[in-house]
Design a protein around this ligand. Structure first.
Ligand SMILES: *Cc1c(COP(=O)(O)O)cnc(C)c1O
Length: 231
């Protein structure tokens, strides 16, 4: 079997996104690809920047902060990367994350919200885009906000003036069909829009299920291995 190159895998994913958007009667420009570059070196990000990509996702602060620094020093492409944090973030890493990250997809608990507010207050002009991560399994060990608590938590996020609430985020479970997860996410998104009409974005869809996520309204796809390959 011949190995596809990074560029070929990227092209294929873009083609499949376009096809899924068309089937779902959606505009392609309302769907943003975030390439999850975790476990891969800065070189991969630099190569993707040369290929015209600009949005990258990471799930560990220690790895991400070093990589962001490397990319900054070595980037000769026309575009600047925008970093997205997609994993569970420890409160003691908030300050570091704010140093390079524009979008947090995984605001998953009140204590993280408090720490974000506290750290952001040190630089009054700074802003952070956030998604509220939903707990879709009911398993408290996995983190995230239970759908029944979404509106009350969202209220407190909306009160934090340095945070810009984009919408909801979900990770489909490892077992079973992702359909019911995507339905739950779409329902939570509709509910959120009743109190925050502009928080209309949905971060959902990974390598194995992004086409279905598109059919359920996902606006931010977090795709890793389908583009980066395994490692
Ligand atoms: C790793 C990761 C992804 C990407 O997963 P792939 O299956 O490699 O596409 C997306 N979202 C989160 C939260 C992740 O940790």
């Amino acid at each position: 079997m011949t190995q596809l190159t990074l560029g070929e895998r990227l092209t294929e994913v873009h083609a499949r996104i376009a096809k899924a958007a068309q089937s779902a009667n959606r505009q392609l420009d309302e769907i943003q690809l975030v390439i999850v570059s975790k476990n891969h070196p800065a070189d991969l990000v630099l190569e993707l920047l040369e290929l015209g990509e600009a949005n990258f996702g990471e799930n560990k602060d220690q790895e991400a902060s070093a990589k962001a620094e490397q990319v900054k020093l070595r980037n000769h492409s026309a575009s600047e990367p925008t970093w997205h944090f997609v994993g569970q973030l420890q409160s003691n890493k908030v300050r570091s994350m704010l140093g390079y990250c524009k979008v947090l997809h995984s605001l998953d608990r009140p204590s993280l919200l408090s720490e974000l507010v506290k750290q952001l207050a040190k630089t009054p002009e700074s802003r952070l885009d956030v998604f509220i991560e939903l707990n879709l399994t009911g398993d408290p060990g996995r983190g995230g906000i239970l759908p029944e608590n979404l509106l009350s938590f969202a209220q407190s996020v909306l009160e934090a003036k340095q945070l810009n609430l984009l919408g909801v985020m979900g990770v489909a479970g490892l077992t079973g069909s992702p359909t019911s997860y995507f339905e739950t996410i779409a329902k939570a998104s509709a509910e959120l829009r009743t109190i925050a009409p502009e928080a209309k974005f949905i971060s959902a869809g990974m390598s194995g299920d992004y086409e279905e996520a598109i059919s359920h309204g996902a606006t931010h796809l977090r795709i890793g291995t389908a583009i980066t390959g395994n490692r």
